[in-house]
Design a protein around this ligand. Structure first.
Ligand code: ATP
Length: 825
């Protein structure tokens, strides 16, 4: 029994007793106890996290202000503690904001912005301040000089963990030689055991931020580490965007519906979401109506039915005529004929469409005859015509379809014939006619049971109804309609059904009705909408991903890929991947994985990151890398880098070490990596085939002369000329120089199966003349004779010039892999 339990009294009043010990916990208090969540679990880690938070902020702030970042990081040992200083040349922070930025958790400028930033939560730097005060008891010392101000502001502060508010001990103006920027000084209990992570973070930050100048001084370094700017170009400026309709969740949508000032759903969609204009809003609303109201089934008019005995087009006219009273013979007949003719012009009609037709014809007849056709007359006429088209009886929908058990009655039902055609078209030809007919009748019978005579039905209900009819048919007629057949039948009926003309509910009604909001959300997700704009993102670009790898890794091969933007949770994201292979990269052990999120290197929690998971699931043997057991991290001399850029990177925790397993992001990571890996594969294949070629050539080069000697010895004839034989056997391109008196001939033979474009340079020690095409350049007493011949597969070219008899030559051939080249000088 715990001491808490033993301290409680008798059963009665326990709740009250417990209530006394309940109290609110401030966020600062919470994180004071849960430092690990923010990446401050140890002294070694705490130092790296503090540097990371401050440098990320410095880069965010400078870039946002359009300033090329100049970031200075200094770590020194001060007695038992470490002092961390980070300075930037950013826009500075105003006197009013500064205490909150550093002295209040969850205070920042980026949380509500849909824009690519390193910072997201407004917690990073204040968490560093909290860690520093907890471990060293010292306040944070901050100097900041906003751009355009003559003096800087100096603060010393800690966070009051009870209230999560800054507690300021010093607040004064000071002079500072930087024209603008921010300097943070934190003391903390720390150690340098995580030096390699710190170095990785700084080095990789420099790699993906070539526009930044970064300097690091730390106790272990004799010379400061300086990363100079590689470009004066800032990353593309990002724009804030609204959420994308494909990415919001129900709760967020309801919140947006409650907060919007829009009255109509169309206005709401256009105002609050990116990529929604009038046309897209209309499509979403149609889909919303289909879900919210259901669709109206449609039927073909008598004129379109050849199989049904009974009803004809004249019956429509007669029915309408009978439904109209007191309008005079001429007007009544014009109206009835007009309705019947227009109905006959349509392949299929729903109740609402018929209503529109009747309305239009009535308007026309009113204009022509001066007679008024009021709403009751119109409604009566619609009902009368609908009875003929859909077979609705006078007493309502229930009689519109015959009992399927009564074959004679079924034959009279107009919608059975219609459904027969739909079912027949939607099922395979192997279904026998009896089964199709039984299905049509069973469906008609169930449709007849729908409320009202307009046959409104939601897609889910239609699916259920078809399944129910299929069950009936299986029982009674021993004919099976499997899942696919049922789906096809439902789809055929649904695709002929019509979106209803009803106005969608207004925003306020949708906000207050969870089911309606869910219908709207489904409609948004189901409508094709342009991918979100990418100007809110600043990808590194494939070119710079590759350049970054080239800068840091001396490899034989590099490849990179940038994907198009996709959406998760309403936020767009872009994935980029790069691969470096061979060269100086260590061949032993698994490949190195570099992970970046919004240009920030991720140095911890590699095993818990979506990037690592994806790399492990790819079958690397297909791409030419060794992968023991066919899964897991591949081995070999390779570095893989992955960058996820998003307006909201889903991290596994507040310490932002690892990317969460969001399927949409994982898919894109996989596609980006596979894109780069495909290039690696073709490089490795090429390399392997060149290797085999080299080996074959070496063997041939050894045995051909021996064979020639042997042939000569056996036959007693002169040794055959084997020049050129090697090139022919190897399918090589051969370049052979022949000299006769003062004439030099270069013979290029292409034995390979592709056309070749070569670049041949002969460096000659005397001036060449009479060149066949080509160019010649005099370089201090050496003449560079150059040709760029194109030689088709199986063809040969001759290049000639004249030169003094004593001249020396040196040839170089480009444009063909050395393994495919045979040069005989
Ligand atoms: N060096 C700086 N220069 C200018 N403004 C800064 C600087 N550092 C922080 N800020 C401002 O202070 C805010 C809070 O910073 P903080 O590191 O706490 O959170 P964040 O960077 O927004 O998000 P995260 O918690 O994900 O790091 C930032 O949003 C930014 O507006």
């Amino acid at each position: 029994m715990t001491s808490f339990q033993s301290s409680l009294g008798e059963d009665e009043g326990i709740a009250e007793e417990l209530a006394e010990s309940q109290r609110e916990i401030s966020i600062a208090e919470f994180f004071e106890k849960n430092k690990h969540m923010l990446g401050f679990d140890s002294g070694a880690r705490g130092l790296v996290t503090a540097v990371k938070e401050a440098v990320d902020n410095a880069l965010d702030a400078t870039e946002e202000a359009g300033i090329l970042p100049d970031v200075y990081v200094e770590i020194t040992e001060v007695g038992d503690y470490y002092r961390l200083v980070i300075e930037d040349n950013g826009p500075g922070i105003t006197k009013e904001q500064l205490p909150k930025v550093f002295g209040k958790l969850l205070y920042g400028s980026r949380f509500h912005k849909r824009e690519q930033n390193r910072g997201q939560q407004g917690i990073g730097i204040s968490a560093a301040v909290l860690y520093s005060q907890l471990t060293s008891g010292q306040p944070a010392r901050i100097t900041s000089r906003p751009k355009g101000q003559s003096e800087a502001q100096y603060f010393e502060l800690i966070i009051d963990t009870d209230t999560n508010e800054p507690e300021i001990s010093v607040d004064e103006t000071t002079s500072w030689d930087r024209p603008h920027g921010t300097r943070i000084e934190l003391e903390m209990e720390a150690n340098m055991r995580a030096r390699s992570q710190l170095h990785d973070y700084v080095k990789h930050t420099a790699v993906v931020n070539p526009h930044a100048r970064i300097e690091l001084r730390e106790p272990g370094l004799e010379e400061p580490w300086k990363f100079e700017r590689a470009t004066d170009e800032l990353p593309a400026e990002t724009e804030e965007i609204r959420p994308h309709p494909h990415g919001v969740e129900l709760g967020a949508l309801i919140k947006m519906l409650e907060a919007t000032e829009s009255y109509s759903v169309s206005g709401f969609l256009q105002e609050e979401f990116t990529r929604v204009g009038k046309k897209t809003a209309d499509s979403v609303i149609d889909a919303f109506r289909d879900r919210h109201f259901g669709r109206e089934l449609s039927w073909s008019p008598p004129s379109a039915r050849s199989t049904v005995a009974g009803a004809t087009n004249d019956d429509v006219a007669d029915a309408v005529e009978a439904a109209v009273a007191n309008k005079g013979a001429a007007a009544t007949s014009a109206f009835a004929e007009g309705v019947a003719e227009t109905v006959a012009d349509n392949d299929r009609l729903s109740r609402s469409e018929l209503e529109t037709i009747v309305g239009n014809v009535a308007d026309g007849v009113e204009d022509d005859t001066g007679r008024t056709f009021g709403s009751t007359v119109r409604e009566n006429a619609t009902a009368a015509a609908w009875r003929v088209i859909a077979g609705v009886g006078d007493d309502g929908a229930a009689s519109n379809a015959a009992d399927p058990d009564d074959a004679d009655a079924a034959a009279d039902s107009p919608i059975v014939a219609d459904l027969y055609a739909l079912v027949d078209g939607a099922t395979s030809t192997r279904k026998d006619d009896g089964a199709v007919r039984a299905m049509a009748e069973a469906l008609a019978f169930r449709i007849a049971d729908l409320d009202g005579d307009a046959f409104r039905i939601a897609r889910d209900d239609l699916d259920r109804l078809v399944a129910d009819a299929a069950g009936f048919v299986a029982d009674q007629h021993d004919a099976t309609f499997g899942e696919t057949a049922r789906e096809n039948v439902a789809e055929a009926v649904w695709s002929h059904a019509r979106t209803v003309p009803d106005d969608p509910p207004k925003v306020r009604a949708v906000a207050g009705n969870r089911d309606a909001a869910a219908d709207l959300l489904e409609a948004m997700r189901g409508t094709d909408i342009l991918a979100p704009p990418t100007d809110c993102l600043a990808p590194i670009t494939a070119e710079l991903v590759e350049a970054g790898l080239r800068k840091e890794y001396d490899a034989d091969f590099y490849a990179a890929a940038t994907r198009d933007a996709e959406v998760h949770g309403g936020d767009p994201f872009i994935v980029e991947a790069g691969i470096a292979y061979g060269g100086e990269i260590p061949a032993e052990g698994s490949v190195e994985l570099l992970r970046f999120a919004n240009r920030v290197p991720l140095v911890y929690q590699r095993g818990a990151c979506a990037t690592t998971d994806v790399i492990r699931t790819i079958g690397w043997r297909n791409y030419g890398l060794d992968q023991p057991g066919g899964s897991g991290m591949p081995n070999g001399p390779a570095v893989i880098s992955i960058h996820v850029a998003s307006t909201n990177v889903p991290f596994t925790s507040e310490s932002k070490d690892a990317i969460a397993n969001v399927p949409a992001i994982e898919d894109e990571i996989e596609l980006a990596v596979r894109e780069a890996a495909r290039e690696l594969k073709s490089y490795l294949n090429r390399r392997r085939s060149m290797q085999q070629r080299r080996e074959k050539r070496d063997v041939l080069g050894r045995i051909l002369p021996e064979m020639a000697d042997k042939v000569s010895e056996v036959t007693g004839r002169p040794r055959p000329d084997i020049d050129g034989a090697l090139a022919r056997i190897m399918n090589n391109v051969s370049v052979e120089r022949e000299r006769e008196d003062g004439t030099v001939r270069l013979v290029v033979e292409n034995h390979s199966d592709v056309n070749e474009e070569l670049e041949i340079t002969d460096i000659v020690s005397a001036e060449p003349t009479d060149l066949s095409a080509g160019t010649v350049v005099d370089m201090d007493g050496e003449w560079f004779v150059q040709w760029k011949p194109e030689v088709a597969s199986g063809d040969e070219r001759e290049l000639t010039y004249s030169v003094d008899g004593d001249a020396d030559f040196e040839i170089s051939v480009g444009g063909v892999e050395t393994e495919k080249l045979t040069v005989n000088e």
